[in-house]
Design a protein around this ligand. Structure first.
Ligand code: HEC
Length: 105
């Protein structure tokens, strides 16, 4: 017989979890080219990539970040070097998280 607890556990398991922006930042390999010092995110040791600290960038709105990662926006006439690969939900979560970043330490 199903108890109330079993039912609520089933409900929880079925609720889609909103993707976590900070986790996506690492899993989508943004850390290959970016650090976020204000969040304690470091670029890999010994990398040959040009590392851009995102906590040192101007504050941006989530919508702008989203468009930039889709290469619909530019910085000084140039689109972002890497195109975002993932679902629209992931892009949403990542852009929202990036818009919350505080200036770096
Ligand atoms: C191949 C290297 C590379 C990868 C991978 C990369 N970026 Fe970038 N990104 C750059 C460079 C270089 C700039 C600086 C561009 C400029 O200033 O013209 C930049 C700039 C940015 C900016 C700042 C724009 C501004 O001026 O405010 C954001 C936000 C950003 N990247 C997010 C991301 C995210 C999110 C990911 C992962 C999905 C990612 N980047 C992956 C190289 C990369």
């Amino acid at each position: 017989m199903m108890t109330l607890t079993t039912l609520s556990l089933l409900f929880l398991a079925a609720t889609p979890v909103e993707p976590d922006g900070k986790a996506l930042f690492a899993s989508k390999k943004c850390t290959l080219c970016h650090s976020v010092t204000s969040e304690g995110i470091k670029a890999p040791d010994g990398t040959k990539m040009q590392i851009v600290d995102l906590s040192a960038q101007p504050k941006r709105k989530a919508d702008w970040v989203k468009a930039y990662l889709e290469k619909k926006e530019t910085v000084e006439g140039k689109p972002h070097p890497a195109r975002f690969k993932g679902t629209p939900e992931e892009l949403d979560a990542l852009s929202k998280w990036l818009a919350t970043l505080k200036p770096g330490a």
